[in-house]
Design a protein around this ligand. Structure first.
Ligand SMILES: NC(=O)c1ccc[n+]([C@@H]2O[C@H](COP(=O)([O-])OP(=O)(O)OC[C@H]3O[C@@H](n4cnc5c(N)ncnc54)[C@H](OP(=O)(O)O)[C@@H]3O)[C@@H](O)[C@H]2O)c1
Length: 331
């Protein structure tokens, strides 16, 4: 399969427009066996994916180590591997991000987990909003670049306002943000600003935690260690990370209204991914895949024909009527 490439901001990299989200192969999504995890990643890479997103806390390093092992086994040209830091700070408060030694320790641990000398891209992992007002945190990241520990850095944000503030720092190369058919506000203002500054945009949670695959129902049951069971009301982390913060019953209704847009021979997940790729400001979409079948199907989403004007309007209409009142002003 050929996957189109997009320019990754000012880094000089070109990456596949569909990437691989490696949270589920780490943890917090019910059990994903190592064989399935490796098969998922291999299927994505075999089909042209050249960008992987992980974090030091996904399975407490398991995700990073699986990536290391798969890339070692495969050899050859390496994809770009983006990781994240900050969530290991305890307590996870804004002031803790000013502790350079702690950040340096996290970087060393990710270097070891990933088995590399330099990390390609390190993202601040949804820090408290206040951190964007601490220039010393960004200066510390500049120092890690100068020391050769990391090549580039970016941020992963919860809110549009955090994204706008983050890109005031000249060396922030990328912003990762939730953007999908249920989370459209980033397109209102932030995407144009990101384009102006040539900042890469990583669109995460593209399937609204599986909701936008169309396979869930009122009777779906999730394992106790799946965040879709334990974070439904934001008990463990920002509620927006689970089903994009849309109440389950409303999300199901919206999904039903979107079903008629799914092209023949395609899946709703593919429609959801193609919808995101309609936006030029998006550099890479990172669906989380738990097995090879999901990974292959997600990559194939890029090959769907562009959505018609009518289809885009219909998505917007469903969003404005059912979804926007739940999420638009919250993130
Ligand atoms: N704070 C942050 O920085 C942050 C937060 C969240 C995510 N992320 C990143 O974004 C990535 C993607 O987001 P996400 O994993 O949370 O959510 P997502 O991509 O919206 O949904 C992933 C889930 O949907 C299901 N799925 C995926 N492909 C499918 C397919 N083709 N058919 C049917 N079901 C499918 C799988 O779960 P089931 O099969 O169990 O339904 C999978 O775990 C993560 O892996 C991570 O890299 C970052």
């Amino acid at each position: 399969m050929t996957l189109s490439q997009r320019e990754f901001g000012r880094t000089g990299w070109n990456v596949s427009e569909i990437g691989f989200g490696a949270w589920a192969i780490g943890g917090s999504w019910g059990g994903v066996g190592e064989d399935d995890a490796k098969a998922a990643l291999n299927a994505a890479l075999d089909n042209g994916v050249t960008f992987i997103d992980t974090a030091d806390v996904y399975g407490d390093g398991r995700s990073e180590r699986i990536i290391r092992d798969v890339l070692r086994e495969r050899g050859g040209e390496r994809p770009i591997v983006a990781t994240k830091l900050g969530r290991r700070l305890d307590p996870h408060v804004a002031q803790a991000y000013t502790n350079r030694q702690a950040l340096a320790g996290f970087i060393d641990r990710s270097l070891s987990n990933l088995g590399v000398d330099t990390l390609d891209l390190v993202q601040l992992h949804c820090p408290p909003t206040e951190v964007y007002y601490y220039p010393e945190v960004f200066e510390a990241m500049d120092e890690f670049v100068a020391a050769g520990k990391i090549r580039f850095y970016g941020v992963s944000v919860e809110k549009v306002e955090e994204a706008l503030k983050a890109i005031e720092y000249p060396n922030v190369m990328s912003v990762q943000i939730i953007y999908n058919m249920f989370r459209q506000r980033p397109a209102d203002l932030f995407f144009r600003q990101a384009q102006k500054k040539k900042v890469a945009v990583i669109a995460r949670v593209p399937l609204a935690s599986g909701m936008l695959t169309g396979k869930l129902s009122a009777d779906s049951v999730f394992a106790a260690d799946d965040h879709r069971a334990f974070n439904r009301h934001g008990e463990a982390f920002d509620v927006g990370e689970t089903f994009s913060g849309v109440p389950y019953d409303i999300a199901l209704q919206a999904v039903d209204e979107l079903r008629s847009l799914v092209p023949v021979d395609a899946s709703m997940a593919q429609l959801a991914l193609r919808w995101i790729l309609m936006e030029d400001a998006v550099t890479v979409v990172i669906p989380g895949s738990k097995n090879a079948t999901q990974a292959m199907s997600n990559v194939a989403g890029a090959n769907l024909a562009p959505l018609s004007v009518e289809a885009m309007q219909r998505v917007r209409e469903v969003y404005e009527r059912l979804i926007a009142p739940q999420v638009h002003q919250r993130w």
